[in-house]
Design a protein around this ligand. Structure first.
Ligand code: ZN
Length: 533
């Protein structure tokens, strides 16, 4: 910005008296944008204070009492809260942001940066992906992790075995190439095919590659149910052995026999941190999760292609084993013995299942909604197609306790969903305003300053963003202006496609993407790379 102002002075000195007079009559305002009189919650967690924020180009240049200063654009934020733009560490936006580059479901929540490529799923060729993002243009900033599942599938397909030495080397070089291209680290999804077939040592070897380049290890851990303690211990051990920060994604207690045990699981993270390890977590603020319906099946039944799974279901003996395991999962963590705890988002061969519970789908297939019949119907419909589901599998007590841990960031686990298509999880539209409404304003689980910290500076610190996540001079001007008295999500599972309300301004790098509550059509976002964020 200084270069630009020197440029103006240079123009004056070179253009003679007439030019000087002309310039004096049209003195440009000191700032491009001035946000006046808001309650500034700066992201650090310290108490809010009243002040003005001045921006030139994409940078915050001054914060304080700027009475008398002029700017090309002035926003009156009196009575409103001003915060850094939110940084969502757990996004899957890489899957669909090129089809939906406006990603309005996130902008309306005040999210200005997403970290995508989570749960082991990502592009493999980062240079190609970043180029396509630059070509398309995006409304917010996007960073990427390189996904273990994507890399393993690229080298080995979906096979259920250990890699050969040559395959391991190939996977390592793909991780290295992604890190060189700007990945922020390695992600795993160890419940998913094919990452679920890996031993810990395979992941450690890939994590070492990320560690050498200064990356993090972000994990959807191997088991969020009855083996969650072992799975958390595995994630921490990977960080300890490969010597890199560990971030455990969408931390939750999902097994009905363990509800309330977040004291134990958080204790494991706290103990690792006390040991000096860099371990952090994120959370979406809901008691429901969402993933493929096929996850009601045991992982061994999902190996290979769709045809491989069908062949297993065609074999009576194997089918009986799949059914027994599925029944066990439905009585256990996946449904706690109640099929109405599973709700279908979409189904490839039966669009009429969208929005229906598994109990209703079982009835639609002519059966009583017992767990045994639900398992039978799941096998029948998953033979023909696939679908995503919402699983109501957690309790508020754990959600609150996890949220209050000092090392927990708020994150969505959402993506650039198509407006009015299917019935996706509410987190795609409501994660951040839900925390501000329910857990700050209504229940007081967090103070406003704590909540904003968990949406800004805290996640920024985990991926070592030095110029985002705080309202301070010299930082990038990613800024939200909203009304904390009215900001809200729309808590309606039967009508999830409702944008959050309450955000008057969402500013990405000095450019408003939401202006007076309206989407502007600007695309100021860009691909963020580890070495040039
Ligand atoms: Zn996940």
């Amino acid at each position: 910005m200084r270069i630009r102002r020197i440029g103006i002075l240079g123009f004056i000195s070179l253009s003679g008296l007439a030019g000087t007079l002309a310039a004096c009559n049209n003195v440009p305002p000191a700032y491009d944008l001035l946000i006046r009189g808001g309650s500034i919650v700066d992201g650090s967690g310290t108490p809010a204070y009243e002040g003005d924020i001045a921006i030139i180009d994409n940078e915050i240049v001054k914060i304080g009492d700027l009475n008398g200063a002029d700017a090309t654009r002035v926003i009156d934020a009196t009575g409103l809260t001003v915060t850094p733009g939110f940084i969502d560490l757990h996004s899957h936006a890489d899957r669909n942001i090129r089809d939906n580059p406006g990603i309005e479901n996130f902008l309306r929540q005040g999210v200005t940066t997403v970290l995508a490529g989570n749960c082991g799923t990502s592009p493999v060729d980062f240079n190609d992906y970043f180029q396509s993002i630059d070509d398309t243009g995006i409304a917010l900033n996007l960073g990427l992790l390189i996904g273990h599942n994507a890399v393993r599938r690229e080298v080995m397909g979906n096979v259920n075995r250990a890699p050969s030495i040559e395959e391991q080397t190939q996977m390592e070089s793909l991780v290295k190439a992604a890190m060189d291209a700007g990945a922020f680290g390695l992600s795993t999804g160890l419940i998913y095919v094919p990452g679920t077939y890996s031993e810990t040592e395979e992941v450690v070897s890939l994590a070492r590659v990320a560690a050498k380049e200064g990356g993090i290890y972000a994990s959807h851990i191997r088991n969020e149910f009855e083996l969650i303690i072992e799975a958390i211990e595995e994630a921490i051990a990977i960080g300890r052995t490969a010597n890199l920060p560990v971030h455990i994604s969408h931390f939750k207690v999902a097994d009905n026999t363990m509800w309330g045990d977040s004291t134990i699981t958080l204790g494991l993270v706290a103990a690792a941190r006390a040991e000096g390890l860099d371990v952090s977590i994120d959370q979406y603020p809901y008691t429901a999760g969402s993933t493929g319906l096929a996850n009601v099946f045991p992982t061994w039944a999902r190996a290979g292609s769709r045809e491989d799974m069908q062949a297993r279901l065609d074999d009576p003996e194997t089918r009986a084993r799949i059914k027994a395991d599925t029944i066990e999962k439905l009585y256990g963590a996946r449904a706690a013995g109640d099929l109405s705890r599973i709700s279908l988002v979409s189904f490839s061969t039966h669009p009429e299942y969208a929005g229906k519970t598994m109990a209703e789908v079982t009835v639609m297939n002519g059966r009583e909604p017992t767990i045994e019949n639900g398992a039978e119907v799941a096998m029948e419909i998953l033979y023909e197609g696939e679908g995503a589901a919402i699983y109501f599998m957690m309790v508020e007590e754990d959600v609150r306790r996890i949220m209050q841990a000092p090392f927990t960031s708020i994150a969505s686990d959402g993506s650039a969903v198509a407006y009015e298509e299917d019935l996706p999880h509410l987190r795609n539209y409501g994660t951040f305003p839900r925390v501000l409404r329910k857990y700050v304003r209504e229940e007081g689980v967090l103070s406003l300053e704590q909540a904003i910290h968990k949406m800004t500076a805290l996640p920024a610190s985990y991926i070592k963003f030095e110029n985002r996540g705080l309202l301070a001079e010299g930082m990038i001007a990613d800024i939200n202006v909203f009304d904390q008295d009215t900001v809200t999500d729309h808590d309606d599972w039967s009508n999830p496609h409702q944008y959050a309300s309450g955000f008057s301004y969402v500013i990405v790098g000095g450019t408003a993407v939401i202006d007076e509550g309206t989407r502007t059509g600007q695309f100021p976002g860009r691909a963020l790379k580890r070495n040039s964020p």
